[in-house]
Design a binder for this molecule. Structure first.
Ligand code: GLN
Length: 487
C-alpha cells in the first residue's frame, strides 16, 4: 500500500479493492506506529479523517469521485483548519483553534481528501532543520540522528516514511525544496501567486508560497493542481488559468535547454552532492536535453538580501501576537507593558525573537534606506539575473542544498551556518519563481535532491521534466528501511 501512487490509490478506491475508510485507517495506524520515532505530526485528527473518509466513500459509491476523492493527506501546521489546532510550531499558538479554513484547506477538503493531521514545523516557518519547533525536533526517517530539513520538515518526514501519501508545505526561502532534498521526497514550490496565501499564517508575505510534497512528480502534480488557483481573498493571488499539471507529464524532452548556473557549483558545494547532480544531468542528456552553462551573477547577494527582507516582513506580521487578541498570554501581568513584553518574551522562541529584532532594526528610522531599500534593489537585480538566463534556456538545474541532512544539534548554535543551507533556494523566492526538488541519489547514505527552476507559471514544464526523469530512474521509489515494512 505504501508504494502506491495517487493514481493507483484512486484505482484501488474505484475498483473497491479498499475503501477510503480502510485507506485512512491504514495511514492513521502507521502514524500511531511511527510518529513517536519521528515527531512529524503535532496533531492527528483521527475522528475528522474517518468522517471525511466515510463521506468520500459515499461520493465514490455515487459515481461522483474526483481525481483525489478518498485519498488521505496532511497539512503543515500553519494552514488554518477550522476547529482544529493550528500552532505554527509555536508556544504562542499552542492552544489556537483556527476559526476558519485556509483556501488551500478548503480546496483539498472539497477535493474529498481526508486530513490525517497537522505536521510539525520550525516555529513560524523560520528555520532549515525543524529544530526550532516548540513541539520538539523532527527526525529524518533515513537516519533518526539527523534533521529532515526545514521548515516543512514534518511534512517531508511524514511523506518519506509514508505516514501520509502526500502533504502540503510552504516555502519562503527553501522550506519545501530543502526538506524534500534532505528527506528524499519530491517537493514543489510554485510561482508566487499560484497558490492562495489566505489562511496561511504569515511569515514574510512577499516570499511565502504554499506547495506540495509527494513521493513522485506525478503525485505532486495532482496535489498542486487541486491547491492552485486565483483567490480574491489574497490580493497577491494571480488570476491565471491552472493547467491540469498531471495531464502534461509525457512531453518529450528533445531539444530542451537546461541552464547550469556556474555560481551553484562553486566553493561550498559538497563533492558527493555535486557528483549526484552531475549524474542526474547525464540522464537528462540521454533523454534528449541540452546542457548550457549560464551565470546568475548576483547569487552571493541572495542570503544577505533575504535576511533583511524576510525579518522586516516578519517583524511586522508577528506584531499581531500581542497577548491581547489571541495566542499566548503571560500569567499575572503587572501592567499593560509587562503583559506585552512577557507574553511575547515567553511565547516566542529564540530564532523568532532574533528575526523580529533584526527586522525591526532594519525598518527603523534612519536604517530603512540603508538596509530595507537596498535589499529591495538587490532583489530586483536577482530577478533580472533569472530574466536574462531564461532568454537562453528553458529551465535551470542545480543542487537544492550544499550538503545532505546534518546531525541534530550540529548547527543549532550557529545561525549563520544554518542560513547558508538555503544558498541555492532563496534567490527563487526573492524573484517569485517556481522551484522543485527531485530525489536524484545519495551521498553518505543520505538523499540528495536535484533542483529544477522554471520560469514564471511553468510548473507544468518542471513537473514533466521531473516525471521523465522518474520514469528513467527509481530514486523516488526508495523508502527508508525502518519505515518500509508493510503490515
Ligand atoms: N530557512 C529559511 C528561513 O529560516 C527559509 C524558511 C522558509 O522557507 N520558510 O527563513
Amino acid at each position: 500500500m505504501i508504494n502506491k501512487s495517487l493514481k493507483e490509490l484512486k484505482e484501488g478506491l474505484a475498483s473497491g479493492e479498499f475503501s477510503s475508510v480502510e485507506l485512512t485507517r491504514f495511514f492513521l495506524e502507521r502514524i500511531k506506529q511511527f510518529n513517536d520515532d519521528l515527531n512529524a505530526f503535532i496533531s492527528v485528527t483521527e475522528e475528522q479523517a474517518l468522517a471525511m473518509a466515510k463521506a468520500a466513500d459515499q461520493q465514490i459509491a455515487a459515481g461522483n469521485a474526483g481525481k483525489l476523492t478518498g485519498i488521505p493527506m496532511a497539512h503543515k501546521d500553519l494552514f488554518c483548519t477550522d476547529g482544529v489546532l493550528t500552532t505554527c510550531g509555536s508556544r504562542m499558538l499552542e492552544n489556537f483553534i483556527a476559526p476558519y479554513d485556509a483556501t488551500v484547506v478548503e480546496k483539498l477538503n472539497a477535493a474529498g481528501m481526508p486530513m490525517l493531521g497537522k505536521t510539525n514545523m520550525d516555529e513560524f516557518a523560520m528555520g532549515s532543520s525543524n529544530e526550532n519547533s516548540y513541539f520538539g525536533a523532527v527526525k529524518n526517517p533515513w537516519d533518526l540522528e539527523r534533521v529532515p530539513g526545514g521548515s516543512s520538515g514534518g511534512s517531508a518526514a511524514a511523506v518519506a516514511a509514508r505516514l501520509t501519501p502526500v502533504a502540503t508545505g510552504t516555502d519562503t526561502g527553501g522550506s519545501i525544496r530543502q526538506p524534500a532534498s534532505f528527506s528524499g521526497v519530491t517537493g514543489i514550490k510554485p510561482t508566487y501567486g499560484r497558490v492562495s496565501r489566505y489562511g496561511m499564517v504569515a511569515y514574510a508575505s512577499s516570499l511565502d508560497q504554499g506547495g506540495a510534497f509527494g513521493a513522485s512528480a506525478e503525485d505532486c502534480a495532482l496535489l498542486l493542481e487541486a491547491m492552485s488557483g486565483f483567490d480574491e481573498r489574497d490580493s497577491t493571488s494571480v488570476d491565471v488559468a491552472v493547467p491540469d499539471f498531471s495531464a502534461h507529464l509525457n512531453e518529450p524532452l528533445q531539444g530542451l535547454r537546461i541552464g547550469l548556473p556556474k555560481e551553484y557549483f562553486e566553493e561550498g558545494l559538497d563533492s558527493g552532492v555535486a557528483a549526484v547532480i552531475e549524474t542526474a544531468l547525464q540522464q537528462y542528456k540521454k533523454l534528449g536535453a541540452e546542457i548550457i552553462d549560464i551565470s546568475l551573477p548576483n547569487t552571493h547577494l541572495a542570503i544577505p538580501a533575504y535576511y533583511v527582507v524576510a525579518p522586516a516582513e516578519a517583524s511586522s506580521n508577528l506584531s499581531r501576537f500581542d497577548g491581547v487578541r489571541y495566542g499566548y498570554r503571560c500569567e499575572d501581568p503587572k501592567d499593560l507593558t509587562d503583559m506585552y513584553m512577557r507574553s511575547r518574551g515567553e511565547g516566542f522562541g529564540a530564532e523568532v525573537k532574533r528575526r523580529i529584532m533584526t527586522g525591526t532594526y532594519a525598518l527603523s528610522a534612519g536604517y530603512y534606506d540603508a538596509y530595507y531599500l537596498k535589499a529591495q534593489k538587490i532583489r530586483r537585480l536577482i530577478s533580472d539575473d533569472f530574466k536574462q538566463a531564461f532568454k537562453q534556456v528553458d529551465v535551470i538545474m542545480g543542487p537544492v542544498a550544499p550538503e545532505t541532512a546534518f546531525k541534530i544539534g550540529e548547527k543549532s548554535d550557529d545561525p549563520i551556518s544554518m542560513y547558508l543551507s538555503d544558498i541555492y533556494t532563496i534567490a527563487l523566492n526573492l524573484a517569485g519563481l517556481p522551484g522543485m526538488s527531485v530525489p536524484a541519489g545519495t551521498s553518505n547514505n543520505m538523499p540528495v535532491g536535484l533542483q529544477i527552476i522554471g520560469n514564471y507559471f511553468e510548473e507544468a514544464k518542471m513537473l514533466n521534466l521531473a516525471h521523465q526523469y522518474q520514469q528513467a530512474t527509481d530514486w523516488h521509489r526508495q523508502t527508508p528501511a525502518s519505515f518500509s515494512g508493510e503490515q
